[in-house]
Design a protein around this ligand. Structure first.
Ligand code: ADE
Length: 251
């Protein structure tokens, strides 16, 4: 999958891209990230990329010309792939959107600085707007990295693990079950016996129930859209009946 990121601060993305699992995914040819500096497409002597807002008010606004020129030069006119603007006004990013976007061979990400974008960029250039949460950051660079990270790990082989992202929290509509590794006892805290039993059927049931219990305790909203079987529903009814809405999951 290819990502083209348009930003005024390409150097802020490089260290993460070059130091994480993403670097390995790039080395294996699974992802390509191309960083483009919007300032390189500003045509005036000072390479201006922002200006004061019409109508007054505080802050500066990103000018349309360098953004259109950058995207059209790199992606063609009109751009040949989805163009995603990172903005607190976008649809709220989640695992479902990550899967949807990961089905594309190429996407463009536009990260802004300043107070905002000239509205014509929104209306006539971008095809989607994504927010990574209901808070405002100083720019769209971290959100772009978050998208690249979340999408890349969905590409088969990117995690270097055959089961890949299948069992992730959120992938199945539930939070993930707890994990343990050696030693079997640490400071008196023991790994649950079932995990040491070697009984794969029991382990699977225990994990499923832990997932359900955790989701009920921490994110009950997720249960409404989760894909639940009869056994799951029975277990949840029992949890609700015997313990009410517990706020802390028991291990
Ligand atoms: N740019 C600034 N804040 C943002 C947010 N919450 N999501 C996406 N892009 C942003």
């Amino acid at each position: 999958m290819r990502f083209d990121v348009f930003t005024l601060l390409p150097e802020t993305l490089r260290p993460y891209l070059n130091a994480s699992i993403l670097e390995k995914a790039a080395a294996r040819g699974l992802i390509e990230v191309h960083l483009h500096n919007i300032r390189d497409y500003a045509r005036d002597r000072h390479h201006t990329t922002d200006d004061t807002p019409y109508g007054g008010g505080g802050g500066m606004v990103m000018k349309p010309e360098p953004v259109f020129d950058a995207l059209e030069t790199v992606l063609g006119s009109p751009p040949a792939c989805p163009v995603i603007l990172l903005t607190p006004q976008g649809r709220l990013f989640n695992q479902k959107i990550a899967s949807e976007l990961a089905s594309h061979k190429r996407i463009a990400l536009v990260s802004g600085r300043y107070e905002g974008f000239d509205e014509r960029i929104r209306q006539h250039l971008v095809t989607d707007e994504i927010s990574i949460g209901d808070y405002v950051l100083t720019g769209g660079e971290l959100p772009a990295l978050i998208l690249i990270d979340a999408l890349s790990r969905l590409i088969p082989g990117a995690l270097g693990d055959p089961t890949g992202a299948e069992d992730d929290s959120h992938a199945l509509g539930l939070l993930e079950y707890p994990h343990y590794t050696r030693p079997p006892e640490f400071r008196g805290w023991r790994v649950p016996d079932v995990l040491l039993s070697g009984d794969h059927g029991k382990i699977e049931t225990w994990r499923r129930e832990q997932s359900l219990q955790r989701t009920l305790a921490k994110r009950p909203d997720m249960l409404e859209s989760a894909n639940l079987g009869e056994a799951d529903k029975k277990f949840l009814a029992k949890m609700n009946g015997t313990q009410g809405r517990k706020t802390k999951d028991s291990e």
